[in-house]
Ligand binder design. Structure first.
Ligand code: ZN
Length: 135
């Protein structure tokens, strides 16, 4: 069975441990879009042990915290869909009121043409690593 998240890292690797990894997604409209991806192929959150669920969500919240610190977004969107790639992963998407789709989800109807604000990826990565120093 082919799985995009088993076959590849899924973006620029920002951090990882035994359970999961944090990657920066290649998306020109959303240059600070991160994903937290479970390292092994698992379909649903409830397939994980309780301790793993907690640890994974802790990583998601640490990425959210770091993104807020560095980017000061108007909103953070957290999403877990997996309809196309049924391998546990969480989207952490900093949103701005003037971004391409706001207030729609980034997968929804386009609201405006914009040039995304530049992101200091190194600074974002440093903040993520610092937020995850206890993991
Ligand atoms: Zn997989």
């Amino acid at each position: 069975m082919a799985c995009d998240l088993c076959d590849a890292i899924g973006g620029k690797l920002l951090w990882q441990n035994e359970l999961c990894r944090v990657v920066l997604v290649e998306d020109t409209d959303y240059p600070s879009f991160c994903r937290v991806i479970l390292n092994r192929h698992t379909r649903e959150m409830t397939d994980l042990a309780h301790s793993e669920r907690s640890q994974l969500m802790g990583v998601v919240f640490a990425v959210e915290f770091a993104a807020r610190q560095v980017l000061n977004p108007d909103k953070i969107n957290l999403a877990s869909l997996g309809n196309m790639t049924p391998h546990v992963h969480w989207h952490v998407i900093p949103r701005f009121a003037d971004d391409r789709h706001f207030p729609n989800p980034i997968w929804g109807e386009v609201k405006r043409a914009t040039t995304p604000r530049p992101v200091d990826i190194e600074r974002l990565q440093q903040a993520i690593v610092a937020a995850l120093s206890d993991f």
